[in-house]
Write a protein that binds this ligand. Structure first.
Ligand SMILES: NC(=O)C1=CN([C@@H]2O[C@H](COP(=O)(O)OP(=O)(O)OC[C@H]3O[C@@H](n4cnc5c(N)ncnc54)[C@H](OP(=O)(O)O)[C@@H]3O)[C@@H](O)[C@H]2O)C=CC1
Ligand SMILES: O=C(O)CCC(=O)C(=O)O
Length: 438
């Protein structure tokens, strides 16, 4: 008996000895600090940028279809607004918590700064699995969340947008609820409270594809700089949602070949090529998932990042490329459609192998640039045409890409550190110009 208890204690001790799990905040802070060291950032500004300005947590009740009330927890973290109103998406996912919202808000600050936008960074969402709720429940959850947040967001203060598991419908509910909290004469002047709305309700033509198109463009610009022809190049995509689908479609149109896809429910491969539109049509009759697509073979999800390809596009969640799988990656280019998909340990392995990473704050910035266009459109009472939007997006993405690429070559540093340096230097300049720091 004594032996058994002792054994049990030993096993319990072993099992509970925690291997520290790197959170998203560890990741973004290490990225920030190495860029801050590189540019010798003023210590006072380093202190300010290392913390978030505001963290809003709301618990709110919602009546479910069965008549019972469920309590939800929502977050909005406002990291920094030195350059303009807080800007960033809302995520509905079980992994949403303060750590994730803080990290994602910080990435938004660097992203908007790098893109040269008049915005700061914010992010938030609700901790929930949307697949467990009906459309009507999701609408009520979204409206109650908006109501709970209403005093802390605003079209000139903090402007949410879509992210994982939120879309133009979610944004329409938010806009409608927020506008109804304003006095009648001001309602229409608040349409730019969110971006990513449906195009019949103040949304921008092209915002749906803006992030994925931007991902494609950064790959194309990199290929042009390096004399690489995209024709026939094989790529794999993790996440076949808004970002993954559009990025894959534009790459396919340029002659590249989608050979593997992973989503939350499955992982498939066909080295001869997977037709993007066919796969998209299939997901619509398969509860949104790519699993069991007839023109591809299922693959174990742990093998995904090691599959044969030239380009890897993580377009799902954070912390996907780590020291556990980075050394298996065969592609020579990683284009980060997702936010924070590569952690610092994974990145070190990739860089040592000579793999190029187009960092998230550059690669997926087409989304927030599109959002900026939508915000301007609403503010000015205009309606922009799709070709105009795409041409402006192209120009903005090219400027950002060239800035990062040239900085990284001139300073002999990787593209992520270069992107962070440019972003932080712009914010540093704003603080210095205001005369806060001698
Ligand atoms: N939407 C935007 O404009 C922008 C988005 N981003 C970033 O891009 C990424 C994707 O966002 P978005 O496309 O909008 O989100 P969506 O909700 O449209 O799509 C998310 C995709 O990721 C998949 N996914 C979720 N969990 C996993 C998992 N554990 N393993 C593999 N795949 C998974 C989902 O699969 P399933 O459908 O099976 O659940 C789905 O295909 C996020 O990191 C987001 O922050 C960045 C900039 C802008
Ligand atoms: O469009 C936006 O405002 C932000 C989108 C977003 O959340 C992101 O870029 O990560």
């Amino acid at each position: 008996m004594t032996t058994l208890t002792a054994d049990l204690k030993k096993t319990t001790k072993k099992a509970t000895k925690k291997v520290p799990v790197r959170g998203m905040m560890d990741n973004v802070m290490e990225q920030f600090n190495s860029a801050a060291d590189q540019i010798n950032l003023h210590p006072n500004i380093r202190k300010i940028l290392s913390i978030t300005n505001n963290e809003i947590l709301v618990n709110f009740p919602v009546k479910m279809d069965n008549g019972e009330v469920e309590i939800f927890t929502g977050y909005r973290v406002q990291h920094n607004n030195a350059l303009g109103p807080y800007k960033g998406g809302l995520r509905y996912h079980p992994t949403v918590d303060l750590d994730a919202a803080r990290a994602l808000a910080m990435w938004m600050t660097w992203k908007t700064s790098l893109a040269g936008l008049p915005y700061g960074g914010g992010k938030g969402g609700i901790k929930l699995d949307p697949s467990k709720y009906s459309e009507g429940e999701l609408e009520r959850i979204t409206r109650r969340f908006t109501f709970a947040l209403a005093d802390n967001i605003g079209p000139e203060h903090d402007i949410p947008a879509p992210d994982v598991n939120t879309n133009s419908q979610t944004m329409a509910w938010i806009a409608d609820t927020y506008m109804s909290t304003r006095p009648p004469a001001e309602r229409n002047a608040n349409q730019h409270i969110v971006t990513g709305k449906p195009d019949g309700s103040g949304g921008l033509e092209g915002r749906d594809r803006a992030t994925g198109y931007g991902v494609y463009l950064t790959i194309k610009f990199w290929a042009e700089k390096n004399d690489v022809n995209l024709e026939g190049k094989k790529f794999i995509v993790q996440g076949f949602g808004n970002v993954g689908y559009w990025a894959a479609l534009f790459l396919e149109r340029d002659g590249a070949k989608l050979v593997a896809v992973q989503d939350a429910y499955g992982c498939i491969q066909n080295q001869k090529g997977i037709a993007v539109e066919e796969l998209s049509k299939y997901t619509k009759i398969n509860e949104g998932s790519i699993a069991d697509f007839p023109d591809a073979k299922p693959v174990n999800k742990d093998k995904f990042f090691g599959l044969d390809c030239d380009i890897v596009i993580p377009a799902a969640l954070g912390n996907q490329i780590t020291k556990e799988n980075a050394s298996k990656i065969k592609g020579k280019l990683i284009a980060e459609g997702a936010n924070g998909p590569t952690n610092v340990e994974g990145e070190k392995i990739l860089l040592d192998k000579g793999i190029t990473i187009i960092p998230d704050i550059l690669c997926n910035s087409g989304g927030v640039v599109g959002s900026y266009f939508e915000w301007l459109q609403n503010r000015n009472g205009e309606i922009w045409q799709l070709d105009e939007v795409m041409a402006k997006l192209d120009k903005k993405m090219k400027e950002s890409f060239n800035k990062v690429y040239d900085y990284s070559k001139n300073e002999n540093i990787d593209m992520r550190t270069a992107a962070f340096c440019i972003a932080i230097e712009r914010i540093e300049k704003a603080y210095i110009q205001r005369g806060i720091f001698p």
